[in-house]
Write a protein that binds this ligand. Structure first.
Ligand SMILES: [Zn+2]
Length: 431
């Protein structure tokens, strides 16, 4: 294994960041094809894999199959849109400030793409274990068409260890293994109180307002301290490392004087407990609001479901709570979207050793509050496979999906070295 070529790593990243590969409606297809072509060029012997209705994924295989474990390295070359508002430099002109390279996708997830490339280059693309690479081009838009590829070609991504480089350390320079992802479900709640809107001067004070009813109902989802107040949800405690509150406050950008919500450790609240939030509200806009008593109001409610809880039971409990707490006999309609299951990722020993060796310090075991549909499907299709989720998207400053996204170049190099060391670890544990 050669050392990671840090200069080349940065050069690859800069080339990729310059391409506005946005796979959302209303954005041109050409940059996606350009990014796919560049990834294909950078991965010798690779080929395109068609993804229905999307830009192609790029697939390659290295090393000898059958001699030991097979590893799959995954990342994605598409990025979130980048409205110029708030950016201090052009989102598609990679810009170095301090040790961070700024640009849309510099972290999410072009850092994942170039990290895999650098690790393979350290072996001159002859890694010591059988290695598959899949670089997707349509992760961010939520359409999840890659799942159709997984279903139609189950052997393509089949591996003993799936390395998803689309995550990050809980803090810059602190090696982190992620062992859980929460499940996720949504409900749309509609309340009706009146046949139509009424003049608030003539009817207000006695006629029930649907928006007030909805606000009262939503307020019952938490107690005064911000704990979820829904009965029948099974929460637990987090067995791994806690997230220190000052770090969490800083990363989340909680304003001075504003308290966190809920009880228990921060880790308990993020990774071992249910979270309920309101994603959207249909009500008259403030601008131009009329003097009316509102007849109908609607909200979208999201539920994050921790490991150990049954997503159907959890969604039932929230629905029961809403039905039981609807004020004033308002007509309630609830639409439940099927929830994804929480996911446990068994901490892989080789991955932990590689991470510890690359950073020279012990590994923290953390959860992730989010859910990743591809990871969930891979876990279903390859139940025997282990899944590792990590990457150079640190929680401190990477600002993924937001303005001024960036990656720390030392972190990026460390993650590339982690990938390379992992391949070596796997070869040695086999030998
Ligand atoms: Zn991503």
């Amino acid at each position: 294994m050669d050392p990671i070529d840090a200069e080349r790593l940065r050069e690859d990243l800069e080339r990729l960041v310059r391409i506005p590969s946005i796979a959302f409606d209303g954005h041109p297809r050409a940059p996606l094809d350009e990014a796919a072509a560049l990834v294909k060029e950078l991965l010798p012997g690779s080929r395109y894999v068609d993804v229905p209705g999307e830009a192609p994924s790029v697939y390659a295989e290295y090393g000898e199959p059958g001699t030991g474990p097979t590893v799959l390295l995954y990342a994605h070359y598409d990025v979130q849109p980048a409205p110029t508002e708030g950016w201090e430099s052009d989102p598609f002109e990679p810009t170095l400030r301090g040790n961070r390279l700024y640009g849309r996708g510099a972290a999410d997830d072009k850092s994942g793409v170039v990290g895999h490339l650098a690790a393979l280059r350290a072996y001159d693309f002859k890694p010591p274990v059988h290695t598959k690479v899949l670089i997707e081009g349509s992760e961010e838009n939520g359409r999840q068409r890659i799942l159709e590829v997984v279903d139609a070609q189950p052997d393509l991504m089949r591996a003993d260890l799936l390395v998803i480089a689309d995550g990050g350390n809980w803090k810059l320079g602190e090696p982190t293994l992620c062992t859980t992802l929460r499940g996720h479900g949504k409900l749309t709640v509609t309340l009706r109180t009146l046949e139509n809107a009424l003049h608030s001067g003539m009817f207000g004070g006695a006629a029930p307002d649907a928006l007030l009813a909805l606000v009262r109902l939503l307020a019952t989802l938490h107690d005064d301290d911000g704990n979820v107040a829904v009965k029948g949800l099974s929460d637990s405690t987090w067995a791994g490392a806690d997230l220190p509150e000052p770090d969490f406050r800083r990363q989340a950008g909680v304003l001075d004087g504003v308290s966190l919500i809920g009880g228990g450790s921060v880790a308990d609240r993020l990774w071992a407990s249910h979270a309920v939030s309101v994603l959207g509200l249909d009500a008259p806009a403030v601008e131009g609001a009329g003097n009316i008593v509102i007849p109908v109001a609607r909200a979208k409610v999201a539920v994050r479901i921790p490991q150990g809880a049954d997503p159907v039971d959890s969604m039932d409990a929230v629905e029961r709570h809403l039905r039981a707490h609807t004020p004033w006999g308002a007509a309630l309609d609830i639409e439940v979207e099927p929830a994804s299951s929480p996911l446990a990722l068994e901490a892989d020993a080789a991955a932990a050793r590689a991470l510890e060796a690359a950073y020279g310090k012990p590994v923290a075991v953390m959860g992730s509050g989010g859910s990743i549909p591809l990871v969930a499907r891979l876990a279903e299709v390859y139940p025997e496979a282990k899944i590792v989720l990590w990457g150079a998207q640190d929680s401190d400053a990477a600002q993924i999906h937001a303005a001024n996204e960036s990656v720390d170049l030392t972190e990026l190099e460390a993650i590339a070295r982690t990938h390379a060391l992992l391949l070596q670890q796997l070869a040695e544990s086999e030998g």
